[in-house]
Design a protein around this ligand. Structure first.
Ligand code: BTN
Length: 327
């Protein structure tokens, strides 16, 4: 109901809409209209009301509120089923996991404006200031074996990179397995967590963080991280970027579900510019240097070391050898 009222106000943005029109158009009582309007004001909408003229929407808050994410969204499932929204949360992945354990459906999103304990890969912290970035975790319930799960990370990296390309024009690229970079600085990261049995996945939490309007990063991070604002010099709509991401995520997840993973892999390779390059990969306490030869159909990195030995690496941290390049 609140969403339908908002829609009418948005269609008439900047002009007064009488309470009577709202009431009769949506077949609700005057007091119900009033209650929803109060809620919208509390959420940050710039709404004026007058006993004679009705209601006037002057401005929409720069927040990733569920109704804002849904407004203009072209997906069928992601963003159009459940959205759990929090102005502050420890980690959207943690909350999504709690909800998944309680049975939340595939496609449920957890979105927050701020994380107090945002988590990165390998136990790292994810810098999560309020209202400047995107923090979205998606609950997925694919019918796959645990070994296929890394494919989800690859498809998410493609969705994030393409969303950034489309929305900001930035020349982003992917660093295996799931970092999205501009030059050699990270602009987005993906944390995929899984609950599974030996042979089947129960659910996957796909957490994505995109640094959008972050004006500066703390010491120790500023050499490694960047944001859309820092790269383009201008603020960008988090909502539009989140919608682009969800649209592509749905598209690529559909390819994945319909056994069309080669389409995703091809796109991943185009965006990764990594194959053939000399790299060092650190994993599980060891490190191997060599040439990145390829990615197999499950996203495993194939690396040939200097002695010609081939390594299959499931997860790790890549650094490029030689001069880094702005792509
Ligand atoms: C990485 O590159 O290390 C992964 C970073 C993932 C960050 C996102 S932000 C939303 C979700 N919630 C978390 O706590 N982490 C992921």
């Amino acid at each position: 109901m609140k969403e339908r009222l908002l829609l009418t106000l948005k269609e008439n943005k900047g002009t007064w809409v009488s309470g009577e029109i709202l009431r009769s158009g949506l077949s609700v009582s005057r007091s119900a209209v009033w209650k929803h309007m109060r809620k919208l004001k509390e959420e940050g909408y710039d709404l004026e009301s007058s006993p004679n003229k009705g209601y006037l929407l002057r401005g929409v808050p720069d927040l990733l509120l569920p109704q804002e994410v849904r407004y203009g969204l072209v997906t069928k499932v992601f963003g159009n089923k459940g959205i759990i929204y929090a102005s502050e949360v420890d980690s959207t992945n943690t909350l999504a996991k709690e909800r998944a354990l309680k049975g939340a459906a595939e496609g449920t999103l957890v979105i927050a404006e701020k994380q107090t304990r945002g988590r990165g890969r390998i136990g790292r912290e994810w810098f999560s200031p309020p209202r400047e970035s995107i923090y979205i975790s998606t609950i997925l319930r694919p019918s796959i074996s645990p070994g296929e799960a890394p494919r989800i990370t690859l498809l998410a990296a493609v969705a994030v990179a393409e969303a950034l390309l489309a929305q900001t024009g930035l020349r982003v690229h992917i660093k295996w397995p799931n970092d999205v970079l501009v030059g050699d600085k990270k602009i987005a990261g993906i944390l995929t967590e899984m609950s599974s049995e030996m042979d089947a996945v129960n659910f996957i939490i796909l957490g994505v963080g995109i640094n959008v309007n972050v004006p500066a990063f703390p010491e120790g991070l500023k050499e490694k991280a960047t944001s859309v604002l820092l790269e383009t010099g201008g603020r960008h709509s988090r909502k539009a970027l989140a919608q682009q991401y969800l649209k592509r995520l749905e598209e690529y997840y559909e390819h994945f579900r319909k056994a069309r993973f080669p389409i995703i892999l091809k796109r991943w390779k185009e965006l990764a510019h990594m194959l053939g390059r000399q790299v060092i990969v650190e994993f599980g306490g060891s490190r191997v240097a060599g040439q990145a030869q390829g990615i197999d159909s499950n996203g495993v990195l194939i690396l040939r070391d200097r002695k010609g030995k081939t390594h299959r690496i499931f997860s790790g941290e890549v650094s490029y050898l030689g001069k880094s390049r702005r792509t």
